[in-house]
Write a protein that binds this ligand. Structure first.
Ligand code: PBG
Length: 325
């Protein structure tokens, strides 16, 4: 008789044959920014996450660094007075994000910093692009995204991460960066970004939910029913020069992560998004789930599916838990 249980008999043998490990150095910790100083505003829909002013964000990065985290992403909550239909604030050199990038890279030059490229924090309608006659227009949006990416690179971002899902933006951003001498700035493409309900808590965190009438992002984000369509995006973004490809969300899309692992020649990232985080937090708060066990299992499943990088709001807590195992 064949007895697979022989390989499960003790912790030592289980450790010996363990196929996947978690390592905080491969995680990206997303941080929310607000204007001001000494600001740390709790995000209701994401318990344990805060909108922080730049000074507080620096302290949070220091704490995370001490736990082994090396990579950070920033998302701004923009003052509604600065929003317009064109997202002009996205290319303001003195805006919140450019100042944050400069401050973070000044204090922690070794960290990897990912700057989001998209217009939704800056548009009054909440879309990732410029809207004309009720339509999110591709090419004028890409032009603005190129300017935004170049600005982030000039301020010191190591990576720009276009999360907008416009066509042709990876190639256009690569050319724009190269033309301005930013040949070392890498591009992480949100390549298979699905039109998902799991982004709800994030949209309330940065107040970017699309206005009614234009109530969803299905004209640019992928249909959750589709798998081949993600593969097509993989081929395009690779050809256009992406340095890494993201699948988003993670948990309902583990099959897509596995496809990407198999077919991509560049590293694969997965974004364990706000709704996934909120579900775990809500159930754990009621005592319905063992939070620590669930979070580590979730991160491991994303890793096993094939993610090289994992973006997760659980990063700090999970790094602490790993430390104490
Ligand atoms: C938009 C953007 C979204 C997220 C990151 N960038 C949401 C959206 O497409 O509306 C979601 C992240 C999360 O839910 O954690 N550019």
């Amino acid at each position: 008789m064949i007895r697979p249980r022989r390989l499960r008999r003790s912790q030592i043998i289980r450790d010996m044959v363990c196929e996947n490990q978690l390592d905080p150095r491969q995680w990206v910790y997303p941080l929310f920014l607000v204007e001001g100083s000494a600001q740390q505003v709790p995000i209701d829909s994401m318990p344990g996450q805060f909108q922080c002013s730049i000074d507080v964000t620096l302290k949070e990065i220091e704490r995370a660094w001490g736990l082994g985290l090396r990579s950070f992403a920033i998302f701004p909550k923009i003052d509604p007075k600065l929003k317009d239909p064109f997202g002009r604030e996205s290319v303001n050199k003195n805006g919140l994000v450019p100042r944050a990038i400069a401050a973070i890279k000044d204090r922690y030059p070794q960290c990897l910093l990912f700057a989001d490229v998209a217009l939704d924090p800056y548009t009054d309608h909440g879309h990732d692009g410029i809207v004309e006659n009720g339509i999110v227009v591709n090419d004028p949006t890409v032009e603005r995204l190129c300017d935004q990416a170049v600005l982030h690179a000039a301020m010191g971002a190591d990576w720009v991460a276009p999360s907008d899902m416009m066509d042709g933006r990876i190639g256009a951003i690569r050319r724009a960066l190269d033309d301005c001498g930013h040949t070392d700035t890498a591009i992480l493409s949100y390549c298979a970004k699905y039109a998902s309900q799991f982004y709800g808590p994030f949209r309330s965190a940065i107040a970017s939910a699309p206005l009614s009438g234009l109530n969803d992002k299905r004209s640019y984000q992928l249909n959750p029913a589709n798998r081949k369509e993600a593969h097509r995006e993989l081929l395009l973004d690779t050809a256009e020069g992406a340095d890494a490809l993201m699948v988003k969300p993670a948990l309902s899309y583990l099959d897509i992560i596995a496809d990407f692992k198999r077919h991509s020649k560049v590293p694969v990232a997965a974004y364990n998004v706000s709704g996934e985080y909120a579900m775990v937090k809500a159930a754990s708060a009621r005592g319905w789930l063992n939070e620590k066990g669930i979070v580590l299992e979730i991160l491991l499943s994303i890793r096993r599916a094939g993610a090289d990088m994992i973006w997760t709001y659980h990063a700090v807590e999970a790094a602490q838990w790993l430390d104490s195992l």
